[in-house]
Write a protein that binds this ligand. Structure first.
Ligand SMILES: CC(C)(COP(=O)(O)OP(=O)(O)OC[C@H]1O[C@@H](n2cnc3c(N)ncnc32)[C@H](O)[C@@H]1OP(=O)(O)O)[C@@H](O)C(=O)NCCC(=O)NCCS
Length: 189
């Protein structure tokens, strides 16, 4: 019973957190958080193939920290080409993911704060659009929809209803068609 009460108290306790840039010192905590929240099968996702061997887009790896500085949330965005335009030029865009919040901290607005900070920073840096694979029921509150991804294809198996986009510049994805490919800086091995 005491354990149940502790859980209930923790859920309703005010959560103080900050959104910050990820640093190299956060990498182990971020990977552990992703393993806890999403399980090891996260590495087999189609979007993971696009991220593998690449660095996130400049300035677009964010973490949420608790009062002690511990990582309790993570989101990163990656440079991609979202097919080609009607003029035949690659369409530069960002792929968002994974987004994850520590299970003990869910429902306190941390995921939303990470999303809003990531979208604002991508916009500030002049990017045209953000794509992601995820639940429309969650991401539509930030303006994502499947309308602009109809002619785009993720590598590997994927669910079209979960393939979503948000334009930061109106019309950025108009006419974009073809395969999503990674275009970001490669990791040095
Ligand atoms: C999805 C996730 C990031 C949300 O983080 P969070 O800090 O709890 O989010 P917020 O507090 O900002 O928002 C909570 C709201 O989102 C809703 N929500 C959470 N996941 C949802 C989903 N998959 N579909 C629809 N709504 C969802 C909650 O019900 C809650 O709704 P309410 O505001 O009406 O009560 C977190 O639950 C998580 O890490 N989930 C596992 C990993 C995952 O699925 N990541 C997304 C795919 S990359």
């Amino acid at each position: 019973m005491a354990a149940v009460l502790d859980t209930v108290r923790a859920f309703f306790a005010p959560t103080t957190y900050t959104i910050d840039s990820e640093t190299p010192a956060d990498v182990v905590a971020r990977e552990n958080l992703l393993d806890r929240v999403m399980g090891p099968e996260r590495r087999r996702k189609s979007s993971e193939k696009i991220r593998r061997g690449r660095l996130p887009a400049e300035g677009l790896a964010l973490v949420a920290r608790d009062e002690g500085g511990h990582v309790i949330g993570t989101v990163r965005l990656w440079n991609i080409e979202a097919g080609i335009s009607q003029q035949g030029a690659p369409v530069e865009a960002l792929l968002l993911g994974p987004l994850a919040v520590d299970c003990t901290q869910e429902g306190h607005g941390i995921g939303g704060a990470l999303m809003r900070a990531a979208i604002a920073e991508a916009d500030r840096r002049g990017h045209g659009a953000i794509l992601l694979m995820g639940d429309a029921a969650y991401y539509e509150r930030f303006g994502f929809s499947s309308q602009k991804t109809r002619h785009l294809v993720m590598p590997g198996p994927s669910d079209r209803d979960r393939f979503l986009a948000l334009e930061l510049k109106s019309g950025w994805l108009d006419g974009a068609a073809g395969m999503i490919v990674a275009s970001g800086r490669k990791l040095a091995f």
